[in-house]
Design a protein around this ligand. Structure first.
Ligand code: IMP
Ligand code: MG
Length: 177
């Protein structure tokens, strides 16, 4: 299957993503003025989006951290289970957290992570996702800062992978199978 997969046309350009990240970064700056914000990027898919977003967050006390979780294997189907492969390095107790994610699909990963970080006694936990694939939602999760909605396609590029490939594409595309 992987051998036959080809990358489709461009759905969202790198420039459109950068513009949206700037808008959301400015909004976050306003919303979190005077607060100790921690951006928690979810490896590995969120790296490009996180880098783009944080450039436009202008807060003195901003810190960043990363977690790695897996809910997908090498296939394009969700296993419905979340495993933590790398935990936070910092203490988030009393801090305001935004989870920075590449895409919300079923919602399983983010609803799990939200509860997990709330249990670490964060003052607040919100979500900033580059993409939202609402058609596939199984668990309802509030996305306070959303980049773009996408159709029910297998998305690659701008951090998102298929079998660990295509993360480097500087735009959002999809997989033809
Ligand atoms: P969820 O738990 O089903 O919401 O899926 C979350 C994770 O699955 C995302 O963080 C992605 O890493 C991965 N994922 C979901 N949809 C796609 C896709 O279309 N392309 C690549 N990865 C995806
Ligand atoms: Mg991910």
């Amino acid at each position: 299957m992987a051998n036959d997969a080809t990358v489709g046309t461009v759905l969202i350009t790198g420039k459109e993503i950068a513009t949206r990240a700037e808008e959301l970064g400015k909004k976050i700056t306003k919303d979190y003025k005077g607060k100790e914000l921690v951006l928690v990027g979810i490896l590995r898919g969120a790296v490009m989006w996180m880098a783009e977003l944080m450039k436009s967050i202008n807060l003195e006390d901003l810190t960043i951290d990363f977690m790695a979780v897996s809910s997908y294997g090498a296939a394009t189907k969700s296993s419905g289970q979340v495993q933590i492969n790398k935990d936070l390095n910092s203490d988030i107790m009393g801090k305001d957290v935004i989870i920075v994610e590449d895409i919300v699909d079923t919602g399983v990963t983010l609803s799990y992570l939200r509860n997990y970080l709330k249990n670490r006694e964060a003052n607040s936990v919100e979500i900033c996702s580059m993409l939202d694939k609402p058609e596939r939602r199984e668990v309802n999760v509030p996305i306070k800062y959303k980049g773009f909605e996408v159709d029910n396609l297998f998305i690659v590029g701008y951090g998102l992978d298929y079998d660990q490939k295509y993360r480097n594409l500087p735009y959002i595309s999809f997989l033809n199978e």
